[in-house]
Design a protein. Structure first.
Length: 87
């Protein structure tokens, strides 16, 4: 059972246009770790989206990680993520 005030939900989003990225920003602001797959965005929109979301997590004191294959994890400050590489 999750502690009160702590969300174990991980939001996954695949935005079709840049405006859809605002949904991810709102989820991050709500304290929810958010995976964003930017593969459907144009190259220019991807850059805007990543700059925008990195700004959101920076302002909140959170972190972002490049998971790979155009997928990024944005976490609020209360979430720690460790990524282990397999040999």
């Amino acid at each position: 059972m999750a502690a009160e005030g702590f969300s174990t939900e991980i939001v996954t989003l695949i935005p079709d246009v840049f405006d859809d990225v605002k949904v991810a920003a709102n989820k991050i602001k709500q304290g929810k770790p958010t995976l964003v797959n930017v593969s459907k965005l144009t190259i220019e929109e991807r850059l805007w989206a990543l700059h925008f979301l990195n700004g959101v997590v920076y302002a909140l004191g959170g972190k972002s990680r490049d998971i790979g294959n155009k997928v990024y994890l944005f976490t609020p400050p209360n979430i720690e993520v460790s990524i282990e590489e397999t040999p």
